[in-house]
Design a protein around this ligand. Sequence first.
Ligand SMILES: [Zn+2]
Length: 164
Amino acid sequence: MAADPANCRVCRGPDADPGLGRVQVWEDRYWRLTTSLGGEIAGFSYLEPKRHVPHITDLDGEEARTLGPVLAKVARALKEATDSQLVYIYVFGGGIPHLHLHLGPHKNGDALNPMMIRGEVVATKLPSGATSLVSKEFPQLPESRHSEVRERIRRALTESPTKE
Ligand SMILES: [Zn+2]
């Protein structure tokens, strides 16, 4: 458990990059972007705050204020540099507890998984034309569970102040 910045590899900055198979390509005062040295996807990159912010749910301060513009800037650069169609962005948090956004330049047919859910997926066209994707391997939750959680989210967003 490397929740302590003193034991955090990512907090070591560029010194730890070779051991993580990547190299820094950009930085500003609060963020740095590294790009993988190998793998299936050219330009696969990692955006991390320089300060030890364990998870996206801990994001605050200048990093919270600057993430949007920084993310837009680096994603555009990756798209242009790789001539990709899209840039996928993933935040997991179950591995190294120092916030890192994975940025995967994506083209049709490449190695990136375009699905967010596991198992065999059934696609259903909705009357609106949108597509609903549902895993066959997991039970669908009852509407009561969805509405309960939706209301909790609404309450959490309206009753707690924005973290500054
Ligand atoms: Zn750290």
